[in-house]
Design a binder for this molecule. Structure first.
Ligand code: SF4
Ligand code: SF4
Length: 278
């Protein structure tokens, strides 16, 4: 996992190039690559600095221009470095946590595809992508994803379909409060705050409504053995150094706390506390 050229240079100072060479010579490593969560400029610098066999980036229709982004993908392609895609569905958020207005847009569109299929086809439409990694929880998902990959071709997407996904992004942005992908690089918090859990509940308030958000927030913060609520945050800033999305975590946690730690939440937390005692 590299976030900027400095991290790579540090590894070089520690002798990683010799180490890779030795492991490759004795067959322990066949292909060497890196995963990446920094900006485009740093990504290109890392690509230029070593003879990589592949690289791995976060990329999906929502994150087209963040992190390595489309520019980074093109740069890797020009250099002949195959790209593995991670977070093609943004940690499942482009499927499970879409605002209802967005789901309706997918349902009403003349081409009938699931949100996952749209996201995968958008990727498979582009050159330079070697592999798309996606968490799958059932045989049905495996079959759907294989079918999508097998029937997608580079350049298949029409301009109209591209524009449709742009409209989808616009609608998601209208509803999204915090652009957290749930990657958990900011965790663990020394004060036990469940950062991605809080942001998921905070976003749910705008996408799915107050009841759904409170339920989610209670489950991820109050039902645990030790509270993991946003109000535990002491604003040390440790988490922000690790966030690939550059989220102002402290500021956003403060906002989330104000909106989620309502009297309803406090009563529920008190009851849960009492229940834990008996
Ligand atoms: S700023 Fe808050 S959430 Fe982040 S690590 Fe520190 S205590 Fe945890
Ligand atoms: S706050 Fe940042 S590091 Fe933490 S889970 Fe969200 S995107 Fe990842």
């Amino acid at each position: 996992m590299l976030n900027d050229i400095k991290a790579w240079e540090k590894l070089k100072d520690l002798g990683i190039e010799e180490w890779i060479k030795e492991k490759k010579e004795n067959g322990k490593i066949i292909q060497i690559g890196f995963s990446y969560h920094g900006n485009t400029e740093m990504f290109c610098k890392i690509l230029d600095d070593y003879n990589w066999d592949f690289c791995q980036i976060q990329y999906n229709y929502y994150d087209e221009h963040s992190q390595a982004g489309r520019k980074g993908l093109h740069y890797a392609k020009e250099k002949g470095i195959p790209v593995v895609i991670m977070e093609p569905l943004r940690g499942g958020r482009l499927v499970k946590k879409l605002p209802k207005e967005v789901n309706k847009m997918f349902e009403d569109y003349k081409i009938k595809r699931t949100p996952a299929e749209w996201a995968f086809r958008w990727l498979w439409n582009q050159e330079g992508i070697m592999c798309v990694l996606s968490g799958m929880n059932s045989m049905e998902m495996v079959e759907e994803n294989i079918k999508t990959a097998s029937t997608s071709k580079i350049g298949d997407f029409t301009k109209e379909e591209q524009n449709f996904l742009k409209e989808i992004v616009k609608k998601i942005n209208e509803k999204q409060k915090v652009g957290c992908t749930g990657c958990r690089y900011c965790m663990p918090c020394p004060h036990n705050v469940d950062i991605p859990g809080t942001f998921a509940a905070y976003n749910a308030k705008y996408a799915e409504g107050f009841i759904s958000a409170e339920r989610e927030y209670i489950m991820c913060t109050a039902l645990r053995r030790d509270s993991s609520a946003a109000s535990n945050c002491v604003k040390c800033g440790k988490c922000e150094m690790h966030c690939p999305q550059k989220i102002e975590i402290r500021k956003q946690l403060e906002r989330a706390k104000k909106e989620l730690e309502t009297p309803v939440y406090k009563i529920a937390r008190g009851i849960i506390k009492l229940m834990k005692m008996y």
